[in-house]
Write a protein that binds this ligand. Structure first.
Ligand code: GLY
Length: 251
């Protein structure tokens, strides 16, 4: 291992995976969130999926208004297993098993607090350079666009609109909503700028803020959930790679 003084980072300093997890949980505890343990990789109450693929899965009964959550603000580091992107596993940034850092609001805060806290955590706590962060929103989500531009102050040319910025449900039915993904610019050595975040290997998605507002029925129709909720997901391995200045999660 390199001496500490020689270790590179894209943030304030080189951080271990354990430090990143702790920093994330402490940041959200300071903002009134209750830390929730990772649920089992085999969901105990969700017949729509075989395995847990996201931190929000244990939140599903709360988002649907079927159960009362232990707190309206929660944060977790969830064990996840995904096969939907199996063809990409083995590249720089995809794996089947990983940990997902997430903060959740059950009918409490919504887009503004969630996006502002994401930005604060990335730029101020971790020290990732703001000029290398590119937020994206769903084209229909004028609120999220306005928050990035007017409340957070991201220049318009760095805010993308992507039609696939919609997350969920994890199975055929369940909560879902528009999302806002934050990408990190890995620099010209990682690829051409091209069409920008979401389209070029130069940009790595590091955090997804999902605004869980809808329930999707088996026929694909969507109806509003009882409350507006927040579900965010940030891959621990990807983020730690940023903070260790390496280009691959396998490094
Ligand atoms: N649930 C948000 C995500 O997995 O991106």
């Amino acid at each position: 291992m390199q001496p500490a003084t020689e270790r590179r980072s894209h943030g304030h300093r080189w951080m271990s995976g354990s430090e990143v997890r702790r920093a994330f949980i402490e940041f959200f505890e300071e903002r009134g969130h209750k830390e929730i343990a990772s649920s089992s990789l085999v969901p105990h109450n969700d017949p729509t999926v075989l395995l847990t693929t996201a931190g929000m899965q244990q939140m599903t009964p709360y988002f649907l208004g079927l159960e009362t959550p232990p707190a309206v603000r929660m944060a977790s580091v969830q064990k996840c297993f995904r096969t939907v992107d199996i063809d990409e596993v083995g590249d720089e940034s995809h794996c089947t098993f990983f940990f997902m850092l997430g903060n959740f609001s059950v009918g409490d805060y919504f887009k503004s607090d969630s996006l502002r806290w994401s930005w604060e955590f990335l730029t101020e706590v971790l020290g990732l350079p703001a000029e290398r962060l590119y937020p994206t929103v769903h084209p229909s989500d004028e609120d999220a666009y306005r928050i990035w531009k007017d409340e957070i102050g991201v220049p318009e040319e760095r805010i993308g609109k992507l039609s696939d910025n919609w997350w969920g449900p994890v199975g055929p039915t369940g909560p879902n909503g528009p999302d806002s993904e934050i990408y990190f610019d890995l620099g010209p050595e990682a690829g051409e700028f091209g069409e920008g975040p979401g389209e070029s290997t130069r940009f790595l998605e590091i955090w997804n803020n999902v605004f869980m507002e809808f329930f999707q029925a088996p026929d694909g129709s969507r109806t509003p959930l009882p409350k507006q909720n927040v579900d965010t997901g940030m891959g621990l391995e990807r983020l730690t790679a940023m903070l260790q200045g390496v280009s691959s999660i396998y490094d």
